[in-house]
Design a binder for this molecule. Structure first.
Ligand code: HEM
Length: 423
């Protein structure tokens, strides 16, 4: 790199300032250290859009095995930590349940049915919760809505009882926090996961004998290459679905509301034309999605001749979603939340990176083989839930005295109180 490259103080990555606003540091990394080694942790970080895309796609040289250290340690092994055939086998069982990828030829039919299922659950819950909220005139988008809707939806998809909602509402953040937390938090996550698995045991037995129409039943009987998923595989996957389905989408809902209310001119556009909500969701997933990066491990030495560095075999590498999503080489004025932005791809085939006319996908759902299984579910429930809330809230605004901010997956407590005039 150039000799004028500013030094980065690696302590910044564990600072409060970075947690609150990582973007100035990520910009420095993109400009001067696009493939950066943190000398304190010996871990690497890739921050430019093109490089992040290339690394996500390059499953020959980057392994997803680090997912075993956090997610796997709490939930048990899941497809997220597997590479190659082992990953493909499990993914082929579960991915079609959400987007109908299993039978390529029947994709349109399966997709329509999947979406109908998703929309049925989402509409039902969104309407119920939205109506309850409408009586108050004040809603904490986080506790009253965002952390409820996706959980309810995934409980229905798994056919788990809604009356145990409060139990699940306690379990899923504990499980999520356990992934990256200190030892006591990790232990609490493992305990919550064990309780959840114990809860599932009799259900798995019953549904293997008499499968219903729910996802757990389908996982119990699905066969790929003549082999069924084992009960531990099903339970770990049910953990992943509970947490991935609830913990990320809750932040997506809250972040969409944050961005809309923090940018009144954008709110006005969406309020006057709610069909812009899908674009608004996609732009939120670019400007500040729930997940800031994914971890990989270098399988071999990975040279970057343009930057004069080589990631050594065995090293841990963070593929920075936040870094790539705000790369000014790809997105003009990248810090701006703009639902009409012409350089962002807003169609469905998000896995592709670049699209026609140079439009680029956001990286909020990852890219390549591990691309998020639930991306359509997440988008659908966020858009429908938000639209239904909009219908019952006139003039929504941040509650006076509150400290609104966008949120990422973290151990921090969070809230987003919003005042509104009932319609
Ligand atoms: C806005 C909400 C969501 C965000 C930000 C999100 C983000 C992500 C990301 C970044 C990955 C890639 C992981 C990697 O490359 O290592 C991923 C994978 C995954 N997501 Fe999501 N997700 C969301 C919603 C959901 C939902 C609703 C579900 C389930 C219904 C889900 C299930 C999964 C699964 C199973 C994987 C693993 C796929 C694989 O390893 O092949 N996600 N998600």
């Amino acid at each position: 790199m150039t000799t004028t490259a500013p030094d980065i103080d690696p302590r910044v990555f564990t600072s409060r300032a970075y947690a609150d606003d990582p973007y100035p540091t990520l910009r420095l990394l993109r400009d001067y250290h696009p493939v950066y080694r943190n000398p304190l942790t010996d871990q690497w970080m890739i921050t430019r859009y093109d490089d992040v895309c290339a690394a996500f796609r390059d499953t020959e040289r980057y392994s997803a095995q680090p997912n075993a250290l956090g997610i796997g340690a709490v939930f048990g092994p899941t497809l997220m930590e597997y590479d190659g055939e082992q990953h493909t086998r499990l993914r082929n069982i579960v991915a079609p349940e959400f987007v109908g990828r299993k039978l390529e030829a029947l994709l349109p039919i399966i997709e329509r049915n999947s979406m109908a299922l998703i929309e049925k659950f989402t509409e039902k819950h969104a309407r119920r919760i939205a109506e309850e909220a409408a009586r108050t005139g004040l809603i904490d988008i986080v506790d009253d809505f965002a952390t409820r809707l996706p959980l309810n939806v995934i409980l229905d998809v798994l056919d788990l009882p809604q009356d145990a909602h409060d139990l699940f509402h306690e379990w899923y953040p504990a499980m999520m926090n356990g992934i990256g937390g200190p030892p006591d938090v990790r232990a609490a996550g493992i305990k919550a996961n064990a309780e959840y698995h114990e809860y599932l045991d009799p259900l798995l037995k019953a549904r293997s004998r008499e499968p219903g129409d729910d996802l757990i039943s389908r996982l119990c009987v699905a066969e790929v290459d003549g082999r069924r998923m084992t009960p531990p595989e099903i339970k770990s996957f049910a953990s992943l679905l509970l947490v991935a389905g609830a913990e990320t989408t809750d932040k997506a809902i809250a972040n969409l509301w944050y961005q809309l209310l923090a940018n009144p001119e954008q709110w006005a556009l969406v309020r006057d034309d709610p069909s812009l909500l899908e674009r608004a969701f996609t732009e939120m997933m670019r400007v500040h999605p729930p997940s800031g990066g994914q971890s990989r491990r270098a399988i071999v030495d990975i040279p970057f001749p343009d930057y004069g560095v080589t990631i050594p075999a065995g090293a841990y590498v963070n593929l920075s979603i936040y870094g790539g999503n705000r790369d000014e080489r790809v997105f003009a004025d990248p810090d701006r939340f703009d639902v009409t932005r012409p350089d962002l791809y807003t169609g469905r085939a998000l896995r592709a990176g670049y699209h026609e006319n140079g439009r680029a996908s956001h990286l909020g759902f990852g890219l390549g083989k591990h691309f998020c299984v639930g991306y359509q579910l997440a988008q659908t429930e966020t858009v429908i839930g938000t639209r239904m809330l909009m219908e019952v809230m006139r003039n929504p605004r941040f509650a006076p005295g509150s400290h609104p901010r966008p949120i990422a997956i973290s151990l921090d407590p969070w809230e987003l109180p919003i005042e509104f005039d009932p319609v």
